[in-house]
Design a protein around this ligand. Structure first.
Ligand code: 2AM
Ligand code: CA
Ligand code: CA
Ligand code: CA
Length: 267
């Protein structure tokens, strides 16, 4: 993608993300309409939908030949990542949005012919924008993020994992996960995949395991993590698929293989 065009896209995408964030903050004064999707804990609010519609309308009017891949159904049905594709999660961490009114993010990425160009993750309540133009550095607001540390071991790893996977389940060998949880320094789970990728990119967290993420959960996050020398794959090490849901390993390269090879055993 031509640099000038990419810079224009970046400027306008960033403005829309900040505008959408402000609308979400303003909505918190009013009562929320909350519905459920696949199960009683799978929440969606009118603000998830309104925010996605805000982006879809803007993109369709400014860039009618671009495509949209997004969570709440206002995007396009995509058969490939050909052309320019905006991959958007209007609110990542809806459960946090509903229960905590914080710890949620807008995740927006722009890919061209399958190559990531721009990634934006906006922590709406903290007013912190993580951003990357691939190859030009990753930033937290105006501060450039450093390359991930090279001297990390499993014993010093902070691992992001949902505690559900330490108990018996049908996806993964939980006894191995229990061993991993004991091996690492500590575990965390924040409930927003986008903010978890951002934490990996800024080096405050070292490895992230998830059993089910969609492209809009990880499209911006992988660009941030890659830019600082980290890695993201499916949990068995295979490359990500941007047209389906995925299992995820993301983190510091030093601990990727030890975790994937020794502690991950899919059923
Ligand atoms: P969401 O808030 O955009 O739905 C929570 O650990 C993370 O998983 C969030 O990024 C959340 O995104 C995502 N998530 C929530 N419910 C999910 C579901 N039913 N399937 C897959 N991912 C989900
Ligand atoms: Ca959701
Ligand atoms: Ca999400
Ligand atoms: Ca969402």
């Amino acid at each position: 993608m031509e640099k000038k065009h990419r810079n224009e896209l970046y400027t306008i995408a960033k403005q829309w993300v900040l505008d959408a964030g402000r609308m979400i903050r303003e909505s918190l004064d009013k009562p929320l309409t909350i519905e459920t999707k696949s199960n009683p804990n799978d929440l969606v609010t009118e603000m998830d939908q309104k925010t996605e519609q805000f982006f879809a309308k803007k993109i369709k009017s400014y860039f009618p030949d671009h495509k949209i891949l997004s969570e709440e159904g206002f995007g396009d049905e995509l058969a490939s990542l050909d052309g320019t594709v905006w991959i958007i999660d209007p609110i990542d961490g809806t459960m946090n949005f509903v229960h905590q009114k914080r710890n949620f993010a807008i995740s927006l990425a722009i890919y061209h012919d399958g190559i990531g160009q721009i990634g934006l993750i906006y922590n709406v309540m903290e007013d912190v924008l993580y951003h990357v133009k691939t190859g030009e550095g990753a930033y937290r607001n105006d501060t450039k993020l450093q390359l991930l540390k090279e001297d990390i071991t499993l014993e010093r790893t902070i691992l992001l994992i949902n505690s559900i996977w330490s108990g018996e389940n049908r996806r993964i060998n939980h006894l191995k996960i229990q061993q991993l949880v004991r091996k690492v320094r500590g575990t965390r789970s924040y409930g927003s995949a986008a903010l978890e990728f951002a934490g990996i990119a800024e080096g405050s967290l070292d490895a992230y395991i998830s059993m089910k993420l969609h492209p809009w959960d990880f499209a911006a996050g992988v660009l941030l993590v890659n830019e600082v020398g980290g890695t993201t794959s499916q949990i068995d090490g295979k490359p990500l698929n941007f047209l389906t849901e995925n299992t995820i390993f993301s983190g510091n390269k030093q601990v990727a293989n030890p975790i994937i090879d020794e502690y991950i055993e899919l059923k």
